[in-house]
Design a protein around this ligand. Sequence first.
Ligand code: F6P
Length: 368
Amino acid sequence: MAVKHNKIGILTGGGDCAGLNAAIKWVVNTALDHRLDKERGVKFEVIGIKEGWKGLSFTPENQAEYTEVLTRDMVAYWDRDGGTHLGTSRYNPYSSKINSSKHVISNIEKLGLDTLIAIGGDDTLGVAAKLSQDGVNVIGIPKTIDGDLVGTDYTLGFETAVEVVTRIVDSLRTTAGSHSRIMVIEVMGRTAGWLTLRSGEASGASIILIPEYDFSMERVNQILSEKRKAGTRYDIVLVAEGAKPSGSKSVTKNAKVDSFGHESLGGIGEYVANSISESLDVESRCVVLGHIQRGGTPSAYDRRMGRYYGIAAVNLAAQKQYGRMVSHLKGKFTSVPIVNVIGKLKLVDIKTMYDVESYNGTRGILSE
Ligand code: F6P
């Protein structure tokens, strides 16, 4: 079989997280493993695109700043690092304000890319789906600390973020206990409560408030005052940035939206902490974790999942299975059409995963 040449472009888009560099490393390692060329019938080359979709809207003058040939030597140690060495952005070539999709497609042709691997969440993969409909050979790799992407049981970055939040809660316990305070910790995750719920379960939070279930401040105060009466010295309350009291809207930092139309959430932690100290005879403090949740050394799980997803993406490229996202479903690696994934959100199932009485994780785990 004649070995064909195939140029892969790879980019990371949206919020950074752990596991991205591992996925890039394993795309490069697998694509450039020339022992496999004969069997695959393809000889790959890999071009790194910097700063997500923004990098593909380069001009002749700045093209060199946004594109770089990747080698196995360059990426050899990347899996140990958080963030993304390719850089990222929230640039949307299909937004009416930017409207650069035609320019992006012509740049993809100019670079001679046969395959484009996009590592991202709903926004980045939404652009990938549109490019796929416009004839570009795209493959997606799922990532987001929010854990809200459908079509896969795992998105890169999630477990490291849970680990980071859990360790921070551990640190806050000593100061909360010393001062006999209630610590309210605001956690990221946009409109999904996965990160807050799983970190709250791992860290043993007294109360976990998530966007999927509007809470009552009276009930929060009641739970906390019962705990005090029962002798607790301090309590930890985890609140998702998108959580809200019933009858209210999510709290936003300002009126701005990004190029995908997302508001910047934040402020609910302060509201909960103030309401607690106003109603109970106890001091409360709010800690907003912010972007610290996206940092840190990637967990072993994110390094492994980045590796497996990277390998799977190149497997798809070798089989010319375009327009698909690699995924991990029910313990198996597979792929799903990207169009089936975008524009939907996977949210916490209140019925099976959340205890609406105690505002905490479910007490019933077995499904059958
Ligand atoms: O989607 C990931 C995420 O970290 C959300 O949890 C958070 O609301 C948002 O990104 C923050 O975005 P930015 O980095 O643009 O401030």
